[in-house]
Design a protein around this ligand. Structure first.
Ligand SMILES: Cc1ncc(COP(=O)(O)O)c(C=O)c1O
Length: 502
């Protein structure tokens, strides 16, 4: 059978890096017209090539530029900076830097009706909303099935307060929102109660970008809207003047790699005023008294920043944002779109000699309304799934960093793998916790179903060589059976050899 006959795409044929680069340049002439990103790769991200690493886990964490470190450490070396909770000169100096970083976050997202609350990460920001939102009987928490577990976890706060929890499904194979179900769910809000709707601007599982127009739709239907922008913000413009979400959450290390340990909640002032903090802590109050048994919370971002913020790292946020601004978020977006388009076509076109596809994609096969996260399962010529952990082991040997498992997004994974409520219910309410590995191996044994997957994600420092080396690696699975893959030490030498052909 002609391998190309079962696909509209040409099969992938790695002839060498130069051919791949020429093919890429012909297809995407505006990829890096002035060579800015190429230069950046060697000056600011040179450690990738010095260490011979193919980094393809940008959805896990972004990479920092050398210049970000230099600028941050220069600042720390030059200045004497104290805890910003005092009024002495070193404290005031630090306060000025923290407030400057706060302003730069709001400017970056064009958020003039919002405040920026620094948190340890996106999960910390999500928990702040979950624990403070006025969930109550009669009110609702609705969320998309495609969500990170740190959003799923908010359902525990909602249920404890008596609010109804509803999931809006996503549908295979593209894993996009079921618009009919969304409309029906949004119509259920009681206008006299507090209703919160949460969705990710970009899925960390499939790369799907759920439409931001849903924010206005949900507002009109009486919902407050929480947008998890953790996977979206690194490579997409988010303009909160255009899409005025009530709550936006993200982690800065995903945007520009450094510093870790910092994220934020960007909250509309009016929505923030309706949150009710379940406790108070140092830094959050104007006064508290032991004998008077009372406290007053600050009514702005300070009321939500428990204790001392990670003050020495916060200037690194402003430095990171300036780095993205210098490069231009739209140019970063376009770069990632081109790399993703090339990879999707190459992966989707790869065939075994019998015509069977090598790669099953979970999510959209094109780049419309999707980001640079690609989740897949490799299959052998008989269609048998290749264990993602084995794929990872082999990728590790050739210096490719990818991600395997379910990516903390069980809802998207369950739909991708065709699992039903009946398949999943029985796993819960047991006397002892079940691990993902146990679930995975039992499902493999009882249903012959592999419920985990491989995820690759590209970012601003990815170049054509990186995606080419991944394709050479994947190409090594062509015409290999599961048993064969279980025995080999290296699936393909190509990902090393390509370097010499350049
Ligand atoms: C979409 C999404 N939301 C939330 C998170 C949680 O981020 P963090 O672990 O930094 O709190 C992640 C992390 O991968 C994510 O991808």
């Amino acid at each position: 059978m002609d391998p190309s006959s079962s696909s509209t795409r040409p099969p992938y044929e790695p002839r060498g890096l130069r051919d791949a680069q020429a093919d890429f340049a012909a297809r995407f002439p505006d990829f890096d017209p002035d060579g800015t990103f190429d230069a950046l790769r060697s000056t600011e991200y040179g450690r990738l090539d010095d260490e011979d690493q193919v980094y393809l886990d940008y959805t896990g964490g972004g990479l920092y530029a050398d210049g970000q470190l230099r600028a941050h450490f220069d600042l720390l070396r030059r200045r004497v900076l104290g805890n910003p909770h005092s009024n002495n000169p070193t404290s005031l100096a630090m306060t000025e830097l923290v407030e400057g970083a706060r302003r730069s976050v709001l400017e970056f997202f064009d958020a003039d009706e919002h405040v920026c609350i620094f948190t340890p990460n996106a999960s910390g920001a999500l928990k702040l909303v979950g624990e403070s939102y006025p969930f109550a009987a009669g009110g609702r928490f609705a969320l998309t099935a495609d969500n990170h577990n740190s959003v799923n976890g908010i359902r525990e706060f909602a249920r404890r307060a008596g609010a109804e929890v509803t999931y809006v499904p996503v549908t295979a194979p593209e894993l996009r929102l079921d618009r009919v179900a969304l409309g029906a769910t949004l119509a259920m809000a009681d206008p006299d109660a507090d209703n919160l709707f949460a969705f990710p601007a970009q899925s960390n599982y499939s790369g799907v970008q759920h439409p931001l127009a849903v924010i206005d739709e949900a507002h009109d239907a009486g919902w407050d809207v929480l947008v998890d922008a953790a996977a979206f913000a690194p490579t997409n413009r988010l303009d909160l003047r255009e899409v005025p979400a009530d709550f936006v959450t993200l982690s800065f290390y995903k945007m520009f790699g450094y510093p870790t340990g910092l994220g934020c909640l960007i909250a509309r002032r009016d929505a923030l005023a309706r949150l009710q903090r379940p406790w108070f802590a140092g830094g959050t109050i104007t006064i508290a008294s032991v004998q008077g048994d009372g406290h007053y919370l600050h009514d702005d971002e300070a009321g939500f920043e428990d204790g001392t913020v990670d003050y020495l790292n916060i200037p690194g946020v402003e430095i990171g944002l300036r780095h993205l601004q210098r490069l231009g978020i739209d140019r970063i977006h376009e770069r990632v779109r081109c790399l993703t388009a090339w990879l999707l076509d190459a992966l989707g076109g790869l065939r075994h000699a019998n015509g069977a596809p090598v790669v099953q994609l979970f999510g959209p096969a094109g780049t419309d309304a999707r980001g640079g996260t690609i989740t897949l399962l490799m299959r052998d010529p008989d269609g048998r799934p290749i264990d993602d952990r084995r794929v990872e082991e082999l990728a590790n040997r050739v210096g490719i960093s990818l991600r395997t498992g379910c990516f903390c997004n069980p809802g998207a994974g369950e739909v991708a793998h065709g699992l039903t409520e009946a398949d999943m219910r029985g796993w819960f309410g047991r006397d002892r916790p079940v691990s993902f590995l146990e679930l995975r191996s039992e499902m493999l044994a009882s249903m012959d179903l592999l419920v985990s997957a491989v995820r690759v994600s590209v970012g601003l420092a990815t170049n054509v060589t990186d995606v080419f080396r991944l394709m050479c690696f994947v190409q090594g699975f062509v015409d290999r059976t599961v048993d064969d893959i279980g025995r080999v030490e290296f699936v393909s030498d190509n990902c090393r050899i390509v370097r010499d052909t350049a």
